[in-house]
Design a protein around this ligand. Sequence first.
Ligand SMILES: NC(=O)c1ccc[n+]([C@@H]2O[C@H](COP(=O)([O-])OP(=O)(O)OC[C@H]3O[C@@H](n4cnc5c(N)ncnc54)[C@H](OP(=O)(O)O)[C@@H]3O)[C@@H](O)[C@H]2O)c1
Length: 292
Amino acid sequence: MIWLIGNKGMLGTELSLLLEQNNIPFIGTDREVDITDPAALRDFASSHPVNWIINCAAYTAVDKAEDDEVACRLLNTSGPANIAAAARDKGARLIHISTDYVFDGTGNRPYTEEDATCPTGVYGSTKRDGELAVIENNPHFYIIRTAWLYGKHGNNFVHTMLRLMNEREEIKVVHDQYGSPTWAFDLAQVIISLMQQVDGTHNIPCGIYHYTGEGTCTWFEFAQAIYAEGKSLNLLTKPCTVKPCTSAEYPAKVKRPAYSVLDKTKTKSIMRIIIPAWNDSLRSFLQGHDNS
Ligand SMILES: NC(=O)c1ccc[n+]([C@@H]2O[C@H](COP(=O)([O-])OP(=O)(O)OC[C@H]3O[C@@H](n4cnc5c(N)ncnc54)[C@H](OP(=O)(O)O)[C@@H]3O)[C@@H](O)[C@H]2O)c1
């Protein structure tokens, strides 16, 4: 059975729905089984027939983390260490989700899984240390790094843009940060496919894998695409001008990576998947958007 940790978050909710739709047995937990409490994890694991654990729980408030390092580290580093140890003791395989923030974003070509990590803020550094803790504590691990995640559930860039576009005459969006938008539904499908392949005959070596939507854009270009699709699908009630700006115009506590494109060559070849273009996924997502 699969134990989905963090089942009420953005990715966790998407995975829950997909597992249900596919009639795959799983049990989901969120804050009620606290990942910072090793005994709670052990107790839960010992009373359920778990052979896969997926960890979607995390501290994801990137700016807030700068003033809240202890709590962030507890969730993003100690939590994964505890989960990995519980998985090891149970003999379960672990899928742990990580982030492009493990890199500093000063590169000029897509980051591979082998590139040295170099996080700049608290969130990135606690997530990188969480990866190391998983590797140290459980030999049967898959770490999937993703980026620019959006989906139906929870706050994310697409929801924020649609709301602002419906409220304002004009919005400015940064045009000097590059990345790859990722629909949580696509990532959830890949996670399920990974488990099915490993449970079947296909040998997928443990290790780190990168997964995002295919292609690269800036946040401004992402916003432009949201506007164009939103308009054609009647999700917008009035015109709004989307203008480019620089990161310097948007001071934030944490410097965002200027270039956070992840190389997915390894993932595509080993997991035998075709990754949808980010703008195709955005269209599919918005086609199912109900404005609620
Ligand atoms: N969002 C992105 O753009 C993005 C990008 C790259 C990578 N990622 C990674 O992708 C993964 C999923 O992200 P997400 O956006 O789906 O996260 P999310 O929506 O913030 O969900 C995290 C879940 O963990 C729960 N949680 C908090 N503390 C917990 C605890 N002590 N024990 C158990 N559960 C706890 C949260 O509950 P509360 O809501 O009550 O706190 C929430 O339901 C994370 O590893 C994240 O680092 C995300």
